[in-house]
Design a protein around this ligand. Sequence first.
Ligand code: ADQ
Length: 461
Amino acid sequence: MSRLIVISNRVAVPKGGESGNQGGLAVALQAALREHGGLWFGWSGDTVESFTGNIHRHEGAGVTTATIDLEEQDIDEYYNGFANRTLWPLFHYRIDLTEFERDFAGGYARVNDRFADTVLPLVGEEDLVWVHDYHLIPLGRKLRERGVSNRIGFFLHTPWPPTRLLTALPSHRQLVESLFAYDVVGFHTADWLDSFHHYVTSMMGGTVDGETVTADGRSIRAIVAPIGIDTAEYEAAAESAEARFARDRMHMSATGRALVVGVDRLDYSKGLRERFLGYQRFLANHPDRRGLTSFLQIAPPSREKVDTYQAIRTDLDALSGSINGEYADIDWTPIRYVNRGYPREELAGIYRSARIALVTPLRDGMNLVAKEFVAAQDPTDPGVLVLSVFAGAAQQMTEAVLVNPYSAEEMADAIVTALAMPREERLRRWQALIEGVRREDVFWWCGLFLDALEAKTPELV
Ligand code: ADQ
């Protein structure tokens, strides 16, 4: 079996021999690394005055990680710049928030060069190389330029935008061409893959034949591989003592009211403003139901160095305050809005206490919260998932109550539908959802991608 080299912006260092409190992606990649051997390479999270290329190696729990420090300017231009001010908003259809700075593009190229230079000596002849996400799209090409002829795969965790949006990026052609340095390119859904096909055929004169995509004399395999969660582990987490304790706290705090929850990184793509407005519309349209529900939104801050993320925080503070000001009573707060993270077990308990989860991003590559919510439910009395049609997850989770998050009316109606849903229907929908979440878990996803990468790739044309 070939060794595996995983490369991503950040690296999850395994803790104490088990999964600890890490996300499903980290757990699955660590399991794959244990099976294949090899290492996980990325940025350490630290900065240095001047780049050295020194590699920090860490061995633990059967997994080797190798990290490098970057310069402050690298982080400004590459991470907070091109990755999170240019590509992230553009890939989430927010051209209004997309910043096009030449320095960002320069920093992005420089850091991808730095990754390529430093990882190069670590790559053995037979190793499989798996690059992750929008921070590192050009890395495959940079490795090829340095003579790496190994199989290299790339997986995009975000949506792939429609051609007409992508062409707003000055270097769009170069970015897409660099994907042709990989052997396999993976997307979460057929929608994102279709958009990629569209660009290749309409802008590059390329062709699509099944999974084989050809342009500029080079063929790659482009596949759909929807990520899942560590379902078994999540179901167990929901049964833990910590989860029970969190559930009891939730129930006590809500005193018989139906709980509605949202859990998201504080990010404009997650549609928090629209969700708050949808809940407000629900309260406005149904005076008889006021006081009978309690909405808890958990949203830990992220990417705080990027202005738009500071702006959204200020906006949501004001909006939650104004909705509470309008509707709260002496013994009832309509929205509880919490800006902090919780350990997985507690989160699982919070999910299980809820009658409804609102997972309503405006655009999302997949969305794992939808899957976690389903995995955490009580199999005899499950809650209802209200899911945005614009989350990648909606393509698999068709038994959720699907909504258009831009419509406050639709969101308000979905809350009413979910509150009134009879137990038999909740059970039927949940049963179908959990089967999918169990079958297509994160280990299945990892295997799907690595099988494609190990398989014979299309002949060069
Ligand atoms: P994210 O945009 O981060 O991921 P998501 O898939 O929902 O979005 O994953 C978020 C994770 O953070 C979940 O595991 C969730 O439990 C956790 N989380 C959120 N709030 C938390 C809190 N308060 N405390 C603790 N944990 C919290 C990107 C893409 C997604 C894609 C994933 C994986 O944007 O579309 O699903 O990568 O590919």
